[in-house]
Design a protein around this ligand. Structure first.
Ligand code: PLP
Length: 400
């Protein structure tokens, strides 16, 4: 694949995809031949490696990112009385986890420059209500661009709120705090809990899979309990003890476990995470440069994160451009076998949330962003030729 004309007849270029190596396959096969397909040693091994990677004290591996979010809202005690603030520009699971526990989702608008949940809008919302009205905030490191959690934490502390960081897009991402320190996404310094997803389009792919990270031991223990039906065998927690077989179901939990084969795959993938991140940032740089001077293409601002001009804490799950004729560009690219995607249709405009009282027009920045955004191919195995082809086609459409 060296010539662009050849690319047109070649395999489709998606917006994101997994990278599975021989080592990954060997790791899965080895686990398949071991004593444990689930509840075995690979789970803790994956958790420990992941906790280390993001700089958190505890990690709990689960069946997917949505289950991770649900465990978080359960552990934080979300119920019918809870009102939780999140962004409309996210995958719906960030909001749905509040509904699973019967709570109310309160959207707040984004900052149009970054497409991240606006701290100012959240502040306005919180200050417009009496103390105690809201329970928590779920900011999302959208596209891999880390939110400034230090600012959200200050706000949350002033009003007694908890924070779940939805870091599904940002393992390996970081922002620079007010003391000049790198703060890795999911490191638990500012958020009470953080979640990750291992869906194939995400950085680390296990097919299905997710992780919760935290520095809070009490929350950690709750996550463990709820992951497995609310059942415990921990002698310190048991109310009675009848013998070696004895266990108690103390709460209503779920089966949100992840099998050992997938943890083995995750461990193997994690060993290449830094290389994958470097490649993603390299791809972003090429796009940035290619589009910098092109009238009609806008890119998103990155959270001020760089210690040096050359560095970025952006984890680049997505590379988003904004164009006026988004549908035109989307269709044009598809015609050339480039499968760009739109992230996201604002959650509050989904029929489910409209039935709960939201309407179009409620969050103008989110809706404007949605009308223009398009995510271009961004994944470590995207070749230079493929990227050049994408750039050429985007420019061809915008400049015609
Ligand atoms: C992918 C994703 C999730 C959910 O993860 P699954 O593993 O697909 O359940 C949650 N939040 C965001 C922002 C995501 O992109």
């Amino acid at each position: 694949m060296t010539q662009n004309s050849e690319l047109k007849t070649n395999k489709p270029i998606p917006y994101g995809r997994q990278n599975i190596t021989e080592d990954d396959i060997a790791a899965v096969v080895e686990t398949l031949q071991s004593d444990y397909l689930t509840q075995g040693p690979k789970v803790a091994e994956f958790e420990n490696a992941f906790a280390k990677y993001v700089g958190a004290k505890y990690a709990v591996a689960v069946s997917n990112g949505t289950a991770a979010l649900h465990l978080c809202t359960m552990a934080l005690g979300v119920n019918e009385e809870s009102r939780v603030i999140t962004t409309p520009i996210t995958f719906v699971a960030s909001a749905n986890c509040v509904r699973y526990c019967g709570g109310t989702v309160e959207f707040a608008d984004i900052d149009l420059n970054t497409a991240l949940l606006s701290v100012e809008k959240v502040r306005e919302l919180i200050e417009s209500k009496p103390k105690g009205y809201y329970s928590g905030i779920i900011p999302v490191d959208f596209a891999g661009n880390p939110v400034n959690l230090e600012e959200f934490r200050k706000l949350a502390d002033a009003h007694g709120l908890w924070i779940i960081e939805d870091a599904a897009h940002s393992p390996g991402g970081y922002f620079i705090d007010s003391k000049g320190q790198k703060q890795l996404c999911g490191n638990g310094q500012f958020a009470d809990l953080a979640i990750f997803s291992f869906h194939p389009v995400k950085h680390i792919a296990t097919g299905e899979g997710g992780m919760v990270t935290t520095n809070d031991e009490a929350l950690y223990k709750k996550l463990l309990l709820y992951r497995t039906h609310g059942i415990t065998r921990d002698p310190e927690l048991l109310e009675e003890n009848h013998g070696g077989w004895y266990m108690e179901m103390q709460e209503l939990g779920y089966n949100y476990r992840i099998p050992d084969m997938l943890c083995a795959l995750g461990i193997s993938q994690l060993q290449r995470a830094d290389a994958g991140m470097a490649r993603r940032r390299g791809i972003a740089k090429v796009y940035d440069k290619a589009f910098a001077e092109v009238a009609g293409i806008e890119t998103l601002q990155t959270t001020p994160a760089a210690l040096h001009d050359d560095e970025t804490g952006h984890a680049y799950h997505l590379y988003v451009i904004k164009v006026q004729d988004r549908k035109g560009l989307y269709d044009f690219l598809r015609g050339h076998n480039i499968f760009a995607q739109v992230h996201y249709i604002p959650a509050h405009t989904m029929p489910y949330y409209r039935n709960l009282g939201y309407q179009k027009g409620d969050f103008p920045a989110a809706e404007q962003y949605y009308s223009e955004c398009l995510s271009l191919p961004m994944y470590p195995t995207l070749t230079h030729e493929e990227q050049e082809f994408v750039i050429e086609k985007v420019k061809e459409f915008v400049q015609k």
